[in-house]
Design a protein around this ligand. Sequence first.
Ligand SMILES: Cc1cc2nc3c(=O)[nH]c(=O)nc-3n(C[C@H](O)[C@H](O)[C@H](O)COP(=O)(O)O)c2cc1C
Length: 136
Amino acid sequence: MKLAIVYTSITGNTEELAEVLSGCFREQGMKTDCYPLENFSLSSISDYDSLVIGTYTWGDGDVPDELLHLQQELLRCPQLVTGIFGTGDRFYPKFCGAVDELQEIFLDAVPLKIELSPQSIDMSHIENFVGQVLGT
Ligand SMILES: Cc1cc2nc3c(=O)[nH]c(=O)nc-3n(C[C@H](O)[C@H](O)[C@H](O)COP(=O)(O)O)c2cc1C
């Protein structure tokens, strides 16, 4: 089994969460590759058994534009998307709205929403997410 984390991040919060998650998946014995979106080649999708997508939220609860192409491609194999994580800010009415939007498309994916950058208080949620994605 091989898992890819593919994320987009502007100010680094989602990147930080992606790195924490990578470490957790690896600790659980999962072969895990972690890519910023711009380094992920769509042709490598077939190398993976499972894909976990990470995103910030933009605008009024929106998925960032740069993710839309990957989102479209994954509609061919929606079962591959096992998790969707995001960082957001509770200041906005649609907290982590991008995670909600993606989850409406990838119905079986486990969601994780974290406020800004991951803190130690978030670790139980993060570990739960990892466990659910791995089905343990
Ligand atoms: C213009 C703008 C719009 C945003 N809209 C939302 C939003 O609707 N919901 C939300 O939860 N966060 C929103 N955010 C907050 C970001 O999603 C949040 O800061 C996130 O952690 C940034 O991730 P990054 O550091 O990976 O880029 C917005 C931020 C900006 C600058």
